[in-house]
Design a protein around this ligand. Sequence first.
Ligand code: FAD
Length: 411
Amino acid sequence: MKTKEPEQKNNFDVAIVGGGMAGLVLACLLGQSGFSVCVADAEDPRHFAIPSGRTVALMGGSIDIIKATGIWPNIINDICPLDVLRIIDDSAGHVSPLRIDFKPEDIGRSSFGYNIPHHVLKPALIQRLKAMGNISYLPKTSVSHIAVSPARVTLTTDNGIFTARLVIGTDGKKSIVRQAAQIELDKKSYGQTAMTCLIRHTRPHHNTSAEHHRPGGPFTYVPLPGNISSIVWVEKDEDIPAYLSLKKQDLERAIQDRSLDALGRVTLMTDPQSWPLVTLTAQKLIAPRIALAGEAAHAFSPIGAQGLNLSLRDVAVLAEILTDSARLGEDIGDLLVLSRYQSRRQTDIQTRTWGVNNLNRMVSNDTEFLRGLRRTGLKTLARFPTLRQVMMKEGLSPLTGHIRLMQESAL
Ligand SMILES: Cc1cc2nc3c(=O)[nH]c(=O)nc-3n(C[C@H](O)[C@H](O)[C@H](O)COP(=O)(O)OP(=O)(O)OC[C@H]3O[C@@H](n4cnc5c(N)ncnc54)[C@H](O)[C@@H]3O)c2cc1C
């Protein structure tokens, strides 16, 4: 679909600020719908292809959204299916750990989703964008000012001035788009930091992702092709420097101990990196000619691997609404059009944030009462398959209403 406005250099239908994974997927979807789009990202994309230790576990419908971008054949050999999701309560040192396995066949699926390295996903999305004639991908381009007028938005960047009918902020936690829209923020530190790295190990992982619940925070390994896994290890802020200053072999030993030797002997493939964790919710998703998506709108702990899954639902809904609106000849930056996006996304964002924050509080706590509650909860899940099925289905297909791309339909 071609929009009606005459195309001029530096004038676009949509300007996306922030080319992280949310912004890149959104640009692919909008490009395929025929919009002229510019994506401004502050970073140098040459860094994206370097293995960083960061991966993202994407579940069920999120995979359908990634497939809709057209990159699937280019990434399939470098990603790993998630065939078992294991939760281990490892919080009561004196009692043996409690373990429960969730299996996709119990809900009629062959896998829960896939674990995808950032260094695989981002370059593939950028390659796809570059192949589209209606997308201008502007790396190393920082947006410093955003001015909204009744008909257009003007972006000032260190690579020139751009205008668009709509600006979408996928520019992460410190979003300049959110600030320009004067959208207030609820933000709180968890007092926890995540450490990430890639490891090679001697025993096979059998496509299993295991989340160990411990008082400092969850310790998770997530499978990659071969005997390789990514680690997300959350601890209290004050304990992080001691872990990061460990000698390589001591850190490998610590990871081996934390994983209860399930993976055999561990070798570090990347240096550990640390990520301070905050929970953040923007009070609104829209303003005239402005919309927010991804971590510019919401962020939380990596426990349960929900963050980008939630963001992909934002971008799938936004692409759907904008595509419909252009087909109807509406102004895509109009608040009435954007309010459809806000009303379709609010409940999912609020319930997911609430759920993740409560799970994190419940897990990262060492009181006798909560420890007992955790173990009782896991035992109950182990005994009642129907309860497990309900939990798995909600994890894979949250109650978000009909999202076309998650039902394998076209935009
Ligand atoms: C340790 C860890 C593990 C995780 N694991 C998972 C998981 O398994 N599954 C899952 O679903 N989620 C996971 N998440 C969450 C997921 O990684 C994030 O939700 C996702 O990376 C955020 O993507 P984004 O595109 O919204 O933001 P970002 O990745 O922060 O991208 C924002 C981009 O905007 C750019 N930018 C910022 N300001 C400007 C500006 N002024 N001008 C131009 N560009 C700008 C930045 O350079 C950046 O490239 C995890 C998070 C952590 C911390």
